[in-house]
Design a protein around this ligand. Structure first.
Ligand SMILES: [Fe+2]
Ligand SMILES: [Fe+2]
Length: 220
């Protein structure tokens, strides 16, 4: 059985992530490269482990998390579907049909309008992906350009983002530190409310409540 370690070293996977990074940088889009891939893979594994999923499921969430954005170099609009199909083309012989289906579904579902879950791997990838709001995702260096774009502004103002899992209180909480001198908090909600709704749905599928804490103030 192929492992996350092997997928992480696969030359095609690494090249697709690299090309995604180059392509989205050219569009001044937030970072979707190796840093994001690693963070989502690690965050997804932590959630899976903390909520008590078996070891192999922890591997599957890491693999889906690492590859979820790797088709952005082909198309931003359909990157989730293309990513699922590319994954199947690359690794059709390396997973059982069931595992392949689970990973493909997680990649395809991470960016859908109608977020409905039928597997915990998909739900965990959404939580790990949508919670990655952070200054390091801003690829633009010019502060004037950063200020001119709301996505860049809000990400730039986010100095820390942490996803905590409390098994006893059954809560998954995203804690953010946002520099409100740089952006009014309202702008965060202007662009990320939909993402928070996805996180709530994902947490709820796993049997958890989703919490949001901004600058030590509990908002959800
Ligand atoms: Fe994506
Ligand atoms: Fe992503």
């Amino acid at each position: 059985m192929i492992t996350f370690k092997e997928i992480q070293k696969n030359p095609s996977v690494l090249e697709f992530i690299k090309q995604t990074e180059v392509t989205l940088k050219a569009h001044n889009y937030t970072h979707h490269g190796l840093r994001h891939a690693k963070l989502v893979a690690n965050r997804a594994r932590t959630v899976a482990r903390e909520i008590g999923l078996p070891k192999r499921s922890q591997e599957l969430v890491s693999i889906a998390g690492f590859t979820h954005d790797f088709a952005n170099f082909l198309s931003r609009t359909y990157h989730n579907y293309l990513g699922a199909l590319i994954f199947q083309q690359l690794f059709a012989n390396d997973f059982s049909p069931k595992e392949l289906a689970i990973i493909m579904q997680a990649i395809a579902s991470h960016d859908k309008d109608k977020m409905k879950f039928s597997h915990s791997v998909s739900a965990i990838v959404v939580l790990a992906d949508k919670s990655d709001v952070h200054r390091s995702r801003v690829t633009v260096k010019d502060i004037k350009k950063i200020k001119a774009d709301i996505h860049s502004r809000v990400n730039y103002a986010t100095k820390s983002s942490r996803l905590g899992i409390n098994k006893r209180s059954k809560r998954i909480t995203l804690s953010l530190k946002i520099d409100t001198n740089f952006v009014p908090l309202m702008e965060y909600f202007e662009i990320f409310t939909e993402r928070m709704v996805y996180c709530r749905k994902a947490a709820s599928y796993l049997g958890y409540k989703f919490g949001l804490v901004v600058n030590n103030i509990k908002l959800l």
